[in-house]
Design a protein around this ligand. Structure first.
Ligand code: GRF
Length: 206
């Protein structure tokens, strides 16, 4: 396989944004370690001081940047600060993994086509925070995982990949969430790798 380095380019640098447990962050770290990502996880951006993902970053030796969005006058000012940090660390791609806020044009313009999100449903069904609960409540027989490019909306943006997860008759929110997360951990690194590969091909052809 041709890597970025064999093309004479530097290895792409990824920032993961997360607010919670960070199991997807971990899956991305593991994939990068096995050279399956086509890039390095160079930075964690976290907006929750107590988030478990911070501990995971420490263990993985990844720099964790903690932000307190409430301290800023606006979402845009907060993102200007985040963007300065991304530039300082020469970040090429942004991967949202349980990052619980909407993104403004400040970051969207800077990372157009290079920022992805993962969501625990088959979008456009069940966007928002309670996707698994809503799927159970609605009684759907299949749900799943969606990876999409980020835009200003909540869980909108062009879909890159989806994975179906069957809903079992005795599923609870916990059991279904656990199976969805397994699917996420397999799918997300693959889609990130594909995004990076596509972007390398594009930049090599201009
Ligand atoms: C995932 O289910 C993801 O789809 C959603 O938030 C959750 C984050 O989980 N956007 P984790 O922090 O990666 O464990």
């Amino acid at each position: 396989m041709k890597t970025a380095e064999s093309h004479g380019q530097r290895v792409p640098r990824i920032a993961v944004f997360a607010s919670g447990s960070g199991s997807n962050f971990q899956a991305l770290i593991d994939a990068a370690r096995e050279q399956l990502l086509g890039g390095d996880i160079a930075l964690l951006v976290c907006d929750k001081l107590q988030a478990r993902v911070i501990e995971r970053a420490k263990l993985a030796g990844v720099k964790a940047a903690l932000f307190e969005p409430k301290k800023y006058a606006s979402r845009e000012e907060y993102e200007q600060d985040v963007l300065r940090l991304l530039r300082k660390h020469q970040i090429d791609f942004v991967v949202l993994a349980g990052y619980m806020r909407l993104v403004t044009p400040v970051l969207l313009r800077a990372y157009e086509g290079r920022m992805v999100n993962i969501h625990p449903s088959l979008l456009p069904s069940f966007p928002g925070m309670h996707a698994v609960r809503q799927a159970l409540h609605y009684g759907v027989k299949v749900t799943g995982v969606t990876v999409h490019l980020v835009d200003e909306g909540m869980d909108t943006g062009p879909i890159l990949a989806q994975q179906v997860v069957a809903v079992m008759p005795d599923d609870t929110e916990d059991t279904l969430s656990a199976r969805i997360q397994q699917a996420e951990h397999a799918l997300y690194p693959q889609v990130v790798q594909q995004m990076i590969a596509r972007s390398l091909v594009k930049s090599a052809s201009v």
